[in-house]
Design a protein around this ligand. Structure first.
Ligand code: SAM
Ligand code: DTB
Ligand code: SF4
Length: 329
């Protein structure tokens, strides 16, 4: 049997289902998403992750949205060195003191070398010892690398599909969709939890947005964490002038993701600095239950922590219960 044909057919079927969710009246869709959310998650809780860029800029990949790509004319053409362990630990302690539950370290690499991974393994071990959940995003992993990270105590690996397979080639040419799926398989096989999502607002159509969600929802099991980024349009990237996606269409995307992946934690990720409080409130209503918490993302701004604390307080949202049992430091 041609298994490719089978999986292609089931993906097409799923796409029609996903599109029919998108087509629901807005209020029906958001209500259904909130019902799904309440059935699978504690009410009024939000998971807080803090991001740190441990190696910034001059990335060899050509991702059209990314300010760190060496292919674009941004201010991040100079390659930074890998940040040293003490600096990482100081930021992780500060994140913990501010109430973050997870510390996510990102590197602008196509793929880490074994030497680079040695240093990251040390960071993971030490951050984990602070009692924080750990997440890294380092690009593609080669066989054996996920196992090394797992042994160091890594909880999550972030690797996004970014967009639909059909639209992907107009955004990235230096790594394939299949490369990404292969890395996700390695992460899963090593027993690390998967953080995998994408970006809205790259100039894709609704069909292509639905295609991304269909791909994410066809991962088995679903990713434990699904970041939905609203494109941060950075001067000097080819995406600088792409029109912003309609706000209600973004909320619909959150709602459809919530319905398709009931148990996953959905993160309202990049792009919050450009969103109003009411838009964010609608996203929480539609099933988002996590944010990046800290004044910066990797290279762009995030809402200030005081601003977020106030927003959560105004909404009666509280930080999710700490997932890591023992605080050892
Ligand atoms: N270099 C690694 C990789 O791409 O595999 C990890 C870091 S990369 C910056 C992580 C993710 O950030 C990307 O997959 C993309 O989804 C997101 N991202 C990057 N630039 C963005 C932007 N301008 N707006 C929204 N999301 C962005
Ligand atoms: C994810 O999905 N979003 C984060 C995280 N995973 C690594 C990154 C957002 C980056 C936004 C652009 C920047 O700050 O460079
Ligand atoms: Fe490099 Fe990651 Fe940016 Fe792509 S998204 S250019 S791989 S840092």
């Amino acid at each position: 049997m041609d298994t490719n044909a089978v999986s292609r057919r089931s993906a097409a079927l799923r796409l029609a289902d996903v599109l029919s969710l998108y087509d629901m009246p807005f209020l029906d869709l958001v209500l259904r998403a909130q019902e799904v959310h309440r059935a699978h998650h504690p009410a009024n809780q939000v998971q807080l992750s803090t991001l740190m860029s441990i190696k910034t800029g001059a990335c060899t990949e050509d991702c059209a949205y990314c300010p760190q790509s060496a292919h674009h004319d941004t201010e991040l053409a100079e390659e930074s060195r890998l940040v040293d362990l003490e600096t990482v630990l100081a930021e992780a302690r500060a994140a913990r003191a501010q109430g973050a539950q997870r510390f996510c370290m990102g590197a602008a690499w196509r793929s880490p070398s074994e030497r680079q991974l040695d240093d990251v393994v040390e960071m993971v071990r030490e951050v984990k010892a602070l009692g924080l959940e750990t997440c890294v995003t380092l690009g593609m992993l080669k066989p054996g690398q996920a196992e090394r990270l797992k042994q160091a105590g890594l909880d999550f690996y972030n690797h996004n599909l970014d967009t639909s397979p059909e639209f992907y080639g107009s955004i990235i040419t230096t790594r394939s969709y299949q490369d990404r799926l292969d890395t996700l398989d390695r992460v899963r096989e090593a027993g690390i939890k998967v953080c995998c999502g994408g970006i809205v607002g790259l100039g894709e159509s609704r069909r292509e947005r639905a295609g991304l969600l269909a791909q994410l929802a066809s991962l088995e099991p679903h990713p434990e964490s699904v970041p939905i980024n609203n494109l941060v349009r950075v001067e000097g990237t080819p995406m600088a002038d792409v029109p912003a996606v309609d706000e209600l269409e973004f909320v619909r995307t959150i709602a459809v993701a919530r319905i398709l992946m009931p148990r996953s934690v959905l993160r309202l990720s990049a792009g919050r600095n450009e969103m109003s409080d009411s838009m964010q409130a609608l996203c929480f209503m539609a099933g988002a239950s996590s944010i990046f918490y800290g004044d910066a993302l990797l290279t762009t701004d995030n809402p200030r922590q005081e601003t977020d604390r106030l927003l959560l307080e105004r909404m009666g949202l509280r930080p999710a219960e700490q997932a890591v049992e023992a605080l050892t430091a």
